[in-house]
Design a protein around this ligand. Structure first.
Ligand SMILES: Cc1cc2nc3c(=O)[nH]c(=O)nc-3n(C[C@H](O)[C@H](O)[C@H](O)COP(=O)(O)OP(=O)(O)OC[C@H]3O[C@@H](n4cnc5c(N)ncnc54)[C@H](O)[C@@H]3O)c2cc1C
Length: 422
């Protein structure tokens, strides 16, 4: 039987991790300075868990937005099941309860030798350790015609916020009988079940308000995560409404034209009413610019500390990392952030660092009362983080069980966002 020390047990229970970060340094010592760039799920969690470490670390969080809107559960907003407000979170509790200095600015450049961060406003921040959680950037230019400007006509809605609202407005104003086209990206990308959950929930909306409308998914891939669960749900809930075309049949999207709202594959041109173009992805821009991303476009990290393999003293968490077997999810960004906070505190103050364990639980909605889940346990294994156990819902589960998963998902959202921002 595996035995846990009281410290480890507390960490598994969650909140007690905060006290486990308490350092051995005396109060008279000068505070160490940690700058965290990016106040999304990964960055806000690192900042909170570090700031709670008995006050010997001064934490500054740099994030341009004054409020953060989650992209998880955003397809529920598109379906009219959740309000936009319910997805939006402020930074007030992080500042007030944990003393984190929040700077609403954009980090423009990093100087690893001088240990400084230049902000867009012109200010400079000095740090002892830097943590980066910039999320994703889009590989514009890989599909002809799809650039930053095109996102205003064909939204990706793959970051929460104005893009999600734009897509909702487009869905509301389209005529019944129109085509909604989703271009799904190649691996790896943020939230593997995301494009297919979006198709399911938009179909849920169409079924009520625009029942003659259709959904076409033009995929860059030949298969996708939880495919059997999705295809089963599409047959049960939305017969004849959703068509999925794998990359091997179409060659994927070759080009788009925002002027006449057309999408071209090798053999066909489509003229949808609404296009949700989800581009290929890579680590956030600052990571690229600072030389923290490798050739893959993602940032290689040490699996037990989340320290960059390319730049010592800088840690990276969340979707920006080269995640290997880890899906790019909010749950994992939060899990990685706690391990990273331990590692940074240990490096700065000599506090203990426990062996990392990572978990991912993802809830996926197929309809308002039908959701599935997957649970994954992961641990460092040599140079990478590997899956040790995986449990996924199955086709044919009874409706009551699926309703219970919906309830669990809603409970998870409240508890999880409180853990990050509360
Ligand atoms: C449709 C959809 C559904 C999803 N559903 C789920 C789900 O059910 N469960 C789940 O676990 N995950 C889900 N995800 C994935 C989840 O949202 C991401 O994995 C998570 O947000 C990653 O966190 P992050 O901190 O890496 O990035 P983000 O949360 O995107 O945060 C990055 C932050 O960095 C800031 N930033 C970027 N550059 C700079 C800079 N230079 N200076 C300062 N700040 C900067 C940005 O403003 C942003 O706030 C979903 C995603 C999508 C798109």
């Amino acid at each position: 039987m595996k035995c846990w020390t009281r410290r480890q047990f507390g960490c598994l229970a969650g909140a007690a991790c905060l006290t486990a970060l308490a350092p051995r340094a005396s109060k008279a010592q000068a505070k160490s300075r940690v700058v965290v760039i990016g106040g999304g799920i990964g960055g806000a969690t690192v900042a909170k868990y570090l700031a709670a470490s008995a006050g010997t670390i001064e934490v500054t969080l740099v994030e341009p937005k004054s409020r953060y809107t989650t992209c998880f559960f955003s397809s529920l907003y598109l379906a009219g099941i959740r309000s936009f407000e319910s997805l939006t979170h402020s930074y007030e509790a992080l500042a007030q309860n944990y003393g984190i200095k929040i700077i609403h600015d954009y980090a423009a450049a990093i100087d690893p030798a001088g240990k400084t961060v230049a902000l867009k406003s012109g200010d400079t921040l000095s740090y002892d350790r830097l943590v980066l959680a910039p999320g994703i950037a889009f590989k514009f230019g890989t599909v002809e015609g799809y650039d930053q400007a095109a996102t205003e006509i064909m939204p990706h809605a793959w970051n929460g916020g104005p893009q999600t609202e734009l897509l909702r407005r487009q869905l509301e104003s389209m005529e019944d009988g129109g085509l909604f086209l989703i271009a799904a990206p190649p691996n790896p990308f943020r939230c593997p079940p995301g494009p297919y959950e979006r198709a399911s929930l938009v179909a849920y909306y169409f079924k009520q308000f625009k029942p003659k409308s259709k959904i076409l998914i033009l995929d860059a891939k030949d298969s996708f995560f939880e495919q059997d669960l999705f295809q089963d749900a599409w047959t049960r809930h939305y017969p004849g409404m959703i068509e999925w075309l794998p990359g091997q049949f179409t060659g994927g999207v070759q080009s788009v034209d925002v002027k006449d709202l057309s999408v071209k594959t090798e053999a066909e041109t489509f003229k949808p009413a609404v296009v949700n173009f989800i581009p290929p992805q890579m680590a956030g821009e600052l990571a690229q610019q600072a030389g923290l991303a490798g050739q893959s476009g993602w940032c290689p990290i040490e699996p037990t500390t989340f320290e960059s393999k390319l730049q010592p003293g800088i840690h990276i968490v969340g979707d920006a990392i080269n995640s290997g077997e880890m899906p790019k999810s909010a749950f994992l960004a939060n899990s990685q952030a706690k391990i990273c906070a331990f590692a940074v505190a240990a490096a700065l103050t000599g506090s203990d660092r426990s062996a990392p364990h990572l978990f991912n639980t993802c809830f996926t909605f197929l309809a308002a009362d039908d959701a599935v889940s997957d649970a994954i346990a992961l641990a460092p294994n040599g140079d990478a983080i590997k899956i040790s156990e995986i449990l996924i819902s199955e086709v044919g589960e009874d409706a009551e069980l699926r309703r219970q998963v919906v309830q669990a998902a809603n409970g998870w959202y409240t508890a999880f966002t409180h853990d990050v921002f509360g």
